[in-house]
Design a protein around this ligand. Structure first.
Ligand code: AMP
Ligand code: ZN
Length: 486
């Protein structure tokens, strides 16, 4: 069976054929590292992790590169405004790299909680400034950039004469000109307002992150102490680690314009090759019907959700319950539902029994026994990574196992192993957790205690409470009844 991916370049679901048989080269745009991971970011990164897991499950060797932006992303997403990292560092009284170190650690803690496997290479923009300077020189040499006061801009009009620029966003130059006319504060340095910065001169400013650069432009030497434009890093870091042409490039739908067309234009302008063949984009998460925004207060970081007691597995289950290209409407009730669903799957797996380490793909079952389940799962995933459908297939299997158990039949252990393996492809660990059986035991003890209390058997009731407390559960008696707290 062949995977199909919706390619934003063609707006069609296309059969995925890697450049080299059996190997996949994959780049996804990563986090600008000044703040904690929010649930929207998590939708993007878990989707790309699921794609990687799925490709590996299908037998491909995958190299997945996902960058970290630690310089150059400005507050207005254009070439004006402050560097996001520098701005936040200033507010906190930190060096930009102090903030970056701290945020990277938190970022990996949060993504790990969501079972996102660390990508094969996680390059940082600040580690590639030399390559960026050389790359800009290639773009200048090829006639697609110009310099004004030490700033280097990409000449979109010149580029569009030779290459398709607006292809991905379905915008032509006339339309871009029209849009640029409405820009409130035009940038006097630019030939056209839709040109974008490759390098910004920061000589004599208090910009903390700046580097010495030297360019040769029409035989003249230009020295400029500055910093790179935001789009530049991804062109370079993707091509450096994956080749000038590679297979898949991913990002959020906000990248359909301008980030990805600009990345691609730079790549063509410097190397003659336009990076990836398949460009894929995730839809956004809304919060209870509204756009996620900090100022509106409808905003959740992953850390916050974990602190509220939700498990990373449940958050991941919740995220894969909608397709990556469908808008997700996030709510805490939805997440609570996912938590219950996860418990149900784990209970089934526990009742059926499972092997601690199943030996990888299709190691379970007699041929034919679970082929229907595996086939349906693969069919759903092959259809542009339809995790929502794939999850339905697996939940149906859980229901079937439960019906068998209710009828007094014991499904084979392989049934559980198949579920564990396919949920793992979706990034959800459905193996029973010690904490689940502990809480199950606490529930049972509470039931016994309630019974004892009903019969006014205070000795037994107190004994059970003491035992629960020894095991780390605090018992609380309220008007509505008794409950335990871990
Ligand atoms: P940012 O930190 O804003 O650069 O975003 C990092 C990644 O998360 C990008 O790929 C964005 O497209 C993606 N992203 C940001 N907000 C959301 C959202 N609400 N829903 C889904 N993806 C998002
Ligand atoms: Zn990027």
């Amino acid at each position: 069976m062949t995977l199909k991916l919706f390619n934003t370049l063609t707006r069609e679901k296309e059969e995925f054929k890697p450049l080299e048989e059996g190997k996949v080269t994959f780049y996804s745009c990563g986090q600008t590292i000044y703040d904690d991971l929010h649930i929207g970011n998590a939708k993007a990164y878990t989707a790309w992790d699921t794609l990687t897991r799925y490709l590996r499950w299908k037998g491909y060797t995958v190299r997945h590169v996902q960058n970290i932006t630690d310089v150059g992303h400005l507050t207005d997403d254009g070439d004006q405004g402050e560097d996001k990292v520098e701005k936040r560092a200033k507010e906190l009284g930190l060096e930009p790299m102090e903030l970056v170190e701290d945020q990277i650690e938190r970022y990996f803690e949060d993504t790990k909680a969501l079972n996102v496997k660390r990508q094969d290479i996680v390059p940082r923009a600040t580690g590639h400034i030399n390559e960026m300077i050389t790359y800009i020189q290639h773009i200048i040499n090829n006639g697609y950039a110009y310099e004004v006061d030490g700033n280097i801009y990409f000449d979109v009009e010149a580029f569009a004469e030779d290459y398709p620029y607006g292809e991905m966003a379905k915008k032509d130059i006339e339309q871009l000109k029209e849009e640029a006319r409405s820009r409130v504060e035009p940038d006097e340095n630019k030939k056209n307002q839709f040109d974008f910065a490759l390098w910004l001169n920061a000589e004599g400013t208090d910009h903390a992150m700046k580097w010495h650069a030297h360019f040769t432009i029409e035989g003249e030497e230009v020295y400029s102490t500055g910093y790179p434009g935001w789009h530049l890093e991804c062109s370079i870091m993707s091509q450096k680690y994956l080749g000038d042409e590679f297979d898949i490039h991913a990002g959020g739908k906000d990248h359909i314009f301008p980030h990805h067309p600009n990345e691609r234009a730079q790549a063509f302008a410097a190397t003659g090759k336009g990076q990836a063949r398949y460009w894929i984009h995730n839809e956004f998460i809304n919060i209870e019907g509204e756009k996620m925004s900090k100022s509106e207060g409808n905003f959740y970081t992953v850390r916050e959700l974990l602190e509220k007691g939700f498990s990373g597995d449940a958050i991941r289950l919740y995220l894969i319950s909608t397709h990556y290209r469908s808008e997700t409407d996030f709510s805490l009730e939805g997440l609570e539902k996912a938590e219950k669903e996860l418990k149900r799957v784990r209970r089934t797996v526990e009742k059926v029994g499972y092997m601690e380490e199943p030996e990888g793909k299709h190691s379970f079952g007699e041929p034919g026994e679970y082929e229907g389940l595996i086939g349906d799962f693969e069919e759903a995933m092959d259809d542009d990574l339809n995790t929502a459908k794939a999850k339905q297939v697996l939940m149906k299997a859980v229901n079937e196992a439960n019906s068998m158990l209710e009828d007094g039949d014991q499904p084979a252990v392989d049934y559980s192993n198949a579920l564990i393996e396919m949920f793992d492809v979706l990034g959800v660990d459905v193996r029973p957790q010690a904490s689940d059986s502990e809480s199950g035991m606490a529930d049972l003890l509470m039931e016994l205690r309630d019974e004892a209390r009903e019969q006014e058997d205070w000795d037994t009731s107190d004994m059970i409470r003491d035992r629960l407390e020894e095991l780390g559960f605090e018992v609380e008696d309220t008007d509505e009844g008794s409950r335990w707290l871990k």
